[in-house]
Write a protein that binds this ligand. Sequence first.
Ligand code: MLT
Ligand code: ZN
Length: 455
Amino acid sequence: MTEALATIFPPNRITRDAEDLDHWGSDRTTAYRAAPSAVVFPETLDEVVALVRLANARAFALVPSGGRTGLSGGAVAERGEVVVSFDRMNRILGFDPAERLVRCQAGVATGALQAFAEERGLFYPVDFAASGSSQIGGNIATNAGGIRVIRYGLTRDWIAGLTAVTGAGDVLRCNNGLVKNATGYDFRHLLIGSEGTLGLVVEADVRLANPPQPQRVMVLGCSAFDALMHVLGAFQQGVTLSAFEFFSDSALAKVRAARDLPPPLRDACPFYALLEFDESALDAASRAFERCLERSWVADGVLSQSDAQAARLWALREGISESLAPHTPYKNDLSVRLSDMPKFLEAADALISQAYPEFEVCWYGHIGDGNLHLNILKPSGWSEPEFRAHCHRVSPELFKLVAEYSGSISAEHGVGLLKREFLGYSRSPEEVALMRGLKRTFDPNGVMNPRKLIP
Ligand code: MLT
Ligand code: ZN
């Protein structure tokens, strides 16, 4: 196969080196062992088309690889696939200030796009802890969310056009940056969130926003899980929230220990809410805080007095994922509608305490948009396979509960390899059958990221 790949790529853009295979064939999951047969680094759309056509002709599979920050195994190549890294397609191709549209190649890092916007007095609002290394193509493939969804929505909401190569090797130029386009099926939105199973996203037109006014950050200590939703309700009246995040005291302990950070409040609380909002809403936010104190939903709080302090408060939330990694967490990424959240939280908390009585459990996430991250930590005496098997047996009970609320078993991390067998808890048999049909239409020979997403 290397000879065939060499008809498209020069030697310095094909590797079979063991370390490289491991590096580009994995994401941030630890449950899988990377075993691709090669990694290639295209630089142009034509090379991507030639590669996909070769994969069809020679019957080998392709796995797209962006910043490899995924948490569901969507970019893992474990069966001799060829990994397609977009690291060398990292150029910004054009910018129109009147339209506020940037055309970028799929390998542009999210952080680089944010910096590009900032240099022009604009703002790319999709943001998350891994934005420094994640790439825009991967964000599109998983419809990345993150910390400001409550105000700005998901990656989907900022993609005005994209160019993709389907599994059949055809080039689709979707929507061309148009605002209005009422000409039938919008394949752009089908490709967004398809986890590389239908085609490879090569370029995108990304919309930018005006920057928000200066922001303030508050961390509030909450007495109980259900108080968080009351706090959200109180602040939604009169305060435009840019973020409403939460974390449990156990999650806080991990990030504080890992980064040697001081506690945000004098006394520990079971849960904390982190809010970000426009500075102009400070009076309304202070009134909401007083109301929360009176009702005992909140025990104490801290308000940022400078950008540096705001960043220190954010570190308590954004550093959690990394600080849990050494504990080999079993990750859940759930969502329900906000109106169902109080009842769901109560039921999920009871189920988790009963299913994992001896395990340390860390809750955190983007509760303001309905997204909860639930991480079960591996006890030191357990082997990783034994621990994973145990958690895997509990998952259906939790997912049944999610299904009762018509929620999602993967709010933002994607399905990948990790949740594939559980897709039926969030999508109906009719939907899964349609997914299979679409997969056959876009990728008749099954070369695009096989075994991901669809059970
Ligand atoms: C986060 O919200 O911190 C990210 O989704 C990563 C994670 O859940 O580990
Ligand atoms: Zn998250």
